[in-house]
Unconditional design. Sequence first.
Length: 131
Amino acid sequence: MSRFNSLLKGKCPKCETGKIFESNGNILKLKGPIMHDNCPHCNYKFEREPGYFYGAMFMSYGITMAEAIATYVAIKVLNIDLSIDAMMATITAVMLIFLFPNFKFSRILWLYTFTKKDEVGSADKIERLKI
């Protein structure tokens, strides 16, 4: 599986097998996504240190602003006649709809940015070097 596909599927950046999130969350029940502490497959610890995902907040902000701008452009291109209040309400609704997917994607992207994939058989290579 390619690294990009693993990123989109929310798999562990180390082994690309275990899932990062236990649940997707539910916006209607106001329950956020729940993240595993460690990879269920390779036991890789996702939160490397306290505050590790602080940078993911900035990624989430960038993604959210891109969605807001895309919504505004779509309204203008489709020539939808909305008042300023209605336009702001529409943009806010889009931002709320994508709240949990943005949260998940920004954390996954943050993990993939700073984690190298384990090579298959790397333990075997080390053993062969020792001999």
